[in-house]
Every structure is written in C-alpha cells, then in structure tokens.
Design a protein. Structure first.
Length: 303
C-alpha cells in the first residue's frame, strides 16, 4: 500500500483537526500524560453528536515498539469535571508504530483501517513528529480501505456502493454483534465525511479510475484484482479468530471492567450495582451473582 499523497494528507489533516468539546480535550490530555503517549485519537458516536453522555471512545498511541502480542489493551476510565459532570470513556491503547502498520494493511488485522477510514479527531499529540505519523497512518487506512472497496464493489458505481461493499465485508469478517445493515448506518450518519473521499484515496493509492458525474469506474487489471482478493481472503479467514482472541484477553485484562459493567447495567435497567473490591478484582467470578440480582430486579419491576 502506498503512502498518502499531499491531497489526501491535506484532507486527513483537516478532518483530524476538527474542534471538540474542551472537556473531551482535558480528558484526553490526562490520559495521555498518565500513559506517556505520543498521540490520542477520539472517535465514535460521541464525536459526531458532540455529546458528553454515554461512553467516549479514545485510542491512545504509545511511543516505541508494541509490548503486547494481542492488542489493543482496553480499559474503562472516569473523570469528574469541576461542575460535577462525570465523563466516562472506553480507552484502547497500543503502539503508534503498530497502529501505522495495521493501517497500511500489512498486518492480518482488519479493525484499524476499517475503523479509521471513518471519522476521528487527533485530540492530543506530543509533538509535530507524532502528528505527522498519525496523519500518515490515517491516510494509509483510507488507501487500504479504498483499494478493497473497489475490488469488492461493482465494476462501476457510486462512492456509497463501494463503501457499502467494504463495510459489509469487514463487519461479516469480524466477531461482531451489530445487526445486519450496519454499513448503511455508517454511511448515512457520516455522509459528509465520506463525500469525495474515495476518488482522493484511490488517486493516493495509485489506482486508476474515472469519475463521471457521481459514478466511479476503477480500472483494475485482473492481476491487481486477484492480488487484492488474495490479500483480503487471508484477513477474512483470520478476522473472527483474532477478534475472539481479543475478547478473551479483554475478559481478563479489561481495566475497570466491573465499573464499566455496573454503569451499563444501571443505565439500561435502573438497577444499581455495588462495585466491591472483590468485584473490581475478579469481575468474571462476580458476574453470576450480578446476573442473578438483575433477574430478580427485572421480575420485581416487570410491568
């Protein structure tokens, strides 16, 4: 996969520099300082809605080499604002160098380039070098995604046709619980983000194509198409096993898992859950008693 062109880089730089709520910026800065980070990305539905409610999504990118073989490391964090508002976040942590490799499609992982061709903001960075590396990585993610999109999509179609084919394939390959048609939701709520992105990413990736009105026709050779399909088939086969392995790891290493689960249960059912030291230390062993209490709560509050 090729590096991003100046045109794509300019677009990525502009999107990563979008304004955010100062409270989100403060949260990110605190997380970055605690982790010794190179950069922090903010993404997810709260980026789009600008809401502080629910759970914020951060990716912390660290300097140096990747420490864990199975990444990212996931944690749940809370911060209280001076006005008493409690902010909650799910935080994924990994090395910036590995993030960049994953974005190019060099690794078997599909989650990084498929996730970060979607909207994100560079909410904090240590220096200009880190900022440049993140811009390049996000540009590479766009190129990786665009190449697969036009390989899986129709011979000629709209940008939406190609992005839809891409996200349908990546969601199917991963161990996900989203309902069918999730790709349509991604495109509808992020319409402005994806407008005009595909031709720019294709040009940066060196993929010949023509644009006529709103229709794009890629000029892929049989060899190019075969190579990309072979590349994808290897990653498609590994998608669910990799995701399942990460879920297994998260079940034992998810920092703050008990607090996260307690907040989710109370938010969705109204049943408060006490987070005892034992439940904080051994959330899996504590799960049966919590589920039993939840069952009783639902029976007692059944309309």
């Amino acid at each position: 996969m090729t590096s991003s062109s100046p045109t794509l880089a300019d677009r990525i730089e502009s999107r990563l520099g979008a304004s955010i709520d100062p409270a989100v910026a403060r949260f990110a800065q605190d997380l970055a300082k605690e982790a010794g980070a190179s950069a922090v990305l903010f993404y997810g539905s709260n980026l789009r809605t600008r809401s502080l409610d629910g759970v914020l999504d951060f990716y912390i990118l660290l300097p140096g080499e990747q420490r864990e073989r199975i990444w990212p490391r996931v944690s749940y964090q809370e911060r209280e604002e001076p006005n008493g508002t409690v902010l909650r976040a799910k935080v994924a942590t990994m090395a910036l160098s590995t993030f960049a490799k994953a974005a190019t499609g060099e690794l078997l992982d599909t989650t990084i380039w498929a996730r970060f061709v979607q909207p994100a903001t560079l909410v904090w960075h240590a220096d200009d070098t880190a900022r440049t590396e993140v811009i390049a990585a996000i540009g590479a993610a766009a190129q990786t995604a665009a190449r697969l999109a036009v390989t899986l999509g129709p011979p000629s179609g709209t940008s939406e046709d190609y992005w839809r084919a891409l996200f349908r394939a990546t969601y199917k390959a991963e161990f996900r619980v989203e309902k069918a048609g999730r790709e349509n939701d991604i495109l509808s709520v992020n319409e402005e983000h994806f407008a005009g992105l595909l031709p720019i990413a294709l040009k940066a990736a060196g993929i010949a194509h023509t644009v006529n009105d709103e229709r794009i026709t890629p000029s892929l050779t049989a060899r190019e198409r075969s190579a990309t399909l072979g590349w994808w088939k290897r990653r498609e086969r590994m998608g669910k096993p990799l995701n399942f392995t990460r879920l297994l790891k998260a079940s034992t290493t998810f920092e703050g898992a008990a607090r996260y689960a307690a907040w989710k249960i109370e938010r969705h059912t109204g049943m408060p859950v006490e987070v005892t030291p034992l439940r904080e230390k051994l959330p899996i062993l504590a799960a049966p008693s919590v589920l039993w209490a939840l069952r009783k709560h639902r029976k007692q509050n059944k309309p």
